[in-house]
Design a protein around this ligand. Structure first.
Ligand SMILES: [Zn+2]
Length: 331
């Protein structure tokens, strides 16, 4: 809501093409989620609400809202693939990337980005989809959904061992035919723009270029921001702007520009909307004259703005070496 208000206040809202969301059907949701789980969520909501799993509370209307969030991602994919817009931002709630096949987790009820990727494949015949998750937490549900599937290249760029335990480890690279198609970029706490951009330059972009996606999806959590109460990373609005530009460039090189960014986490009520504003500005190729609240000038005095720290260097090298088995671009 704050993000929407900020976009409207800056005047950017007027430049955007509104994409009308629709409700995902149960058939759309069960491409990943177990039918019994979908039924359970419906039941929990009908009874007035409760937890759909581990820390994913639902109220009386959450079933419909969660279907609308998943359908919002699908509608954004439709608009991009059908050429009505070149790229899209799905400002949807609840988020999705922690939701597992059989349970909600971490505020997520249904996995929006998984549903969107499968929709692109099933309805639009897209074969190769890339999903980049830059939320500060690991995208465990998304990793689980595509773990043995080489048609979806999944990157999770997150704070190492934050949440949830047991997922997002660098050694987890996929299984079976999907081996090498899961890329966990787990960075130590305290990384800022420099380490994030190094991860893009050294790992994410080279592997993406080798994979050649036909559609790029981003699970965008603005909880890697320097003000976030749940994350311990130091990414600025400028960092988010540059990460978005990198994804625009990958989409332009391989996917006819097709890029859909789906909102995930972000818990600084003050700062997260400005990070999202920077993302939307990058998507539009425009800049407003709204100054960011922390002033980049003072943030740029932080060492992690310019410098990749020693622990981040070691982590990046370990990730590169692990993925070099599967991708010649990083060998
Ligand atoms: Zn998160």
């Amino acid at each position: 809501m704050r993000t929407k208000h900020l976009l409207d206040m800056t005047g950017l809202g007027k430049l955007l093409t509104k994409i009308e969301p629709y409700m995902a059907s149960e058939d759309d949701i069960t491409v990943y989620h177990a039918p019994e789980y979908v039924e359970r969520v419906k039941q929990i909501c009908a009874e007035g609400g409760g937890d759909t799993g581990e820390g994913a509370p639902a109220g009386p209307d959450s079933f419909e809202i969660a279907l609308l969030a998943a359908g919002g991602g699908m509608a954004a994919v439709d608009a991009v693939v059908e050429g009505r817009v070149r790229r899209a931002f799905a400002n949807i709630r609840p988020p999705g990337h922690h939701a597992m096949s059989d349970k909600g987790m971490g505020f997520c009820i249904f996995n929006n980005v998984v549903v969107a990727a499968r929709h692109a494949q099933r309805k639009h015949g897209i074969e190769r989809v890339m999903v980049l998750d830059w939320d500060v937490h690991d995208g465990n549900g998304t990793q689980d959904a595509f773990y043995d599937d080489p048609s979806v290249l999944f990157f999770s760029l997150h704070q190492d061992r934050l949440y949830p335990p047991g997922f997002g480890e660098v050694e987890q690279v996929g299984s079976g035919d999907g081996t090498g198609f899961t890329v966990n970029v787990a960075l130590p706490p305290g990384c800022g723009d420099a380490a994030y951009l190094a991860a893009f330059e050294r790992i994410i972009i080279p592997i993406a270029d080798e994979f050649k996606p036909q559609l790029v999806l981003v699970s965008a959590g603005q909880d890697a921001s320097t003000m976030d109460p749940l994350g311990r990373m130091c990414v600025t609005t400028e960092g988010y702007r540059r990460m978005t530009q990198a994804m625009i460039d990958v989409a332009e090189r391989h996917a006819d520009g097709r890029l859909v960014i789906l909102q995930e986490g972000g818990y600084s009520e003050l700062y997260a909307p400005y990070c999202t504003l920077a993302i939307v500005e990058a998507l539009l190729g425009q800049r407003t004259n709204i100054p960011e609240p922390l002033q980049i000038d003072s943030l740029s005095n932080q060492p992690q703005y310019h410098t990749v720290g020693a622990s981040a260097e070691a982590a990046l090298e370990q990730i590169r070496a692990t993925q070099a088995t599967y991708w010649s671009a990083v060998a």
